[in-house]
Design a protein around this ligand. Structure first.
Ligand SMILES: Nc1ncnc2c1ncn2[C@@H]1O[C@H](COP(=O)(O)OP(=O)(O)OP(=O)(O)O)[C@@H](O)[C@H]1O
Length: 286
C-alpha cells in the first residue's frame, strides 16, 4: 500500500463549528448507553463535512448534539465561537424520513413555514424566498401540490429547499437519501452538489455509505464502532460525481473500508514523522 499523506487542515482557530472531546450518552432506567467517546472535529465555512461509520457509532447522535437536541455528557460543541445549548434556526436538519413534511401543507406552505415560525421573514419575504428555493430544486410546477402526491425524491427536494431557504449557518443532513432507490439517490447527490457549486453552504452530512461520503464530502470523519471514536480524518475533495467508476475512487473506497473495518488503526498506517503535531487523530489524503 502506498504511504498515506498527512493533510494539514486550516488552523482550527478559523473553524465555524468545533467539537471538542464530545462524549454523548443516553440514560434509560438506571443504565447509560455511551454513543460517542471524546470526539473532536472542526468544520470550516463551505465544507461538505461527512460523518461516516458503521451503524451505531453515534453519527446521528453527533448530528443531534450539533442540532442542540441533546447535550454532551462531556466536551463541547461551538458554532461561531458560541456554545450550542439548544436548537436554533442557524442549524436546520434534513432527515431520511419522507414524513418530515406536514401533509396538510402544500409545497409552498411547507417551505415558508419555518421562515414564518422562526420570525426569520415576514409573509411576503417568506413567500419570495420559498419560491426561489423551490425553483432551485426544480419543483416550481409543484408549489401547490401536497406531499402525498410527490415521489420520495421530490419530498427530499422540498425538505432541502425548506432547509436552505432558512440560510442556516450549517445544513445538517442525516442519511437524507438512504430511503431512495439507487438511481434517485445518485440524482439527489448530484443535485445537492450542484446546489453547493452554485452557491456554497456549509454542510454536515451523515452516511454509512463509503461511496456517498466520497461523492458528497470534501472532508470525511471516520468513526469507529460503538461507542464512536475518531478513527481518522480524510481529505476527499478530489472526488466528485463523475469519479465513481475510476480506479482512484475504488482504491480510496477500499482504503476507507480498511480503515473502518481493518485491524490497523489509522494512526499506525500514516507516517507519524510527516506530521508530529497531528496527535491521536491522523488526517489523511486518499
Ligand atoms: N434515544 C436513545 N436512547 C437510548 N440509546 C440510544 C438512543 N439513540 C441512540 N441510542 C444508542 O446510541 C448509539 C448510537 O446511535 P446513533 O443512532 O447515533 O448511531 P448511528 O451511527 O447514527 O447509527 P445508524 O447508522 O444505524 O443510524 C447506539 O448504540 C444506539 O442504540
Amino acid at each position: 500500500m502506498a504511504p498515506l499523506q498527512v493533510v494539514r487542515p486550516p488552523s482550527s482557530a478559523d473553524a465555524l463549528l468545533r467539537a471538542r472531546g464530545v462524549t454523548l450518552e443516553y440514560r434509560s432506567g438506571g443504565n447509560a448507553v455511551r454513543a460517542t467517546q471524546e470526539v473532536d472535529f472542526d468544520v470550516f465555512g463551505g465544507d461538505r463535512f461527512v460523518l461516516l461509520g458503521p451503524s451505531g457509532c453515534g453519527k446521528s447522535s453527533l448530528l443531534k448534539a450539533v442540532g442542540g437536541f441533546i447535550t454532551p455528557a462531556a466536551g463541547s460543541i461551538t458554532l461561531g465561537g458560541k456554545l450550542i445549548t439548544k436548537p436554533g434556526p442557524d442549524r436546520i436538519c434534513v432527515f431520511q424520513e419522507f414524513d418530515q413534511l406536514p401533509p396538510w401543507k402544500t409545497v409552498l406552505e411547507n417551505v415558508m413555514f419555518p421562515l414564518l415560525a422562526s420570525n426569520s421573514a415576514g409573509r411576503a419575504e417568506a413567500r419570495e424566498r420559498a419560491r426561489h428555493w423551490i425553483a432551485r430544486v426544480g419543483l416550481e410546477r409543484f408549489e401547490n401540490a401536497y406531499p402525498h402526491t410527490l415521489s420520495g425524491g421530490m419530498k427530499q427536494r422540498v425538505a432541502i429547499a425548506r432547509a436552505l431557504a432558512m440560510q442556516p449557518a450549517v445544513l445538517l443532513m442525516d442519511e437524507p437519501f438512504a430511503a431512495l432507490d439507487a438511481l434517485t439517490r445518485r440524482t439527489m447527490q448530484e443535485e445537492l452538489t450542484k446546489l453547493w457549486e452554485e452557491s456554497p453552504f456549509t454542510l454536515l452530512f451523515v452516511t454509512h455509505s463509503i461511496e456517498e461520503a466520497l461523492v458528497v464530502g470534501n472532508r470525511i470523519l471516520l468513526l469507529s464502532p460503538h461507542p464512536g471514536r475518531v478513527r481518522a480524518e480524510l481529505n476527499s475533495h478530489q472526488f466528485g460525481l463523475h469519479s465513481g467508476g475510476g480506479a482512484d475512487f475504488q482504491q480510496a473506497a477500499q482504503r476507507i473500508h480498511h480503515l473502518l473495518f481493518g485491524e490497523t488503526p489509522a494512526s499506525h498506517v500514516a507516517d507519524p514523522a510527516a506530521n508530529p503535531a497531528a496527535g491521536e487523530n491522523e488526517r489523511i489524503a486518499l
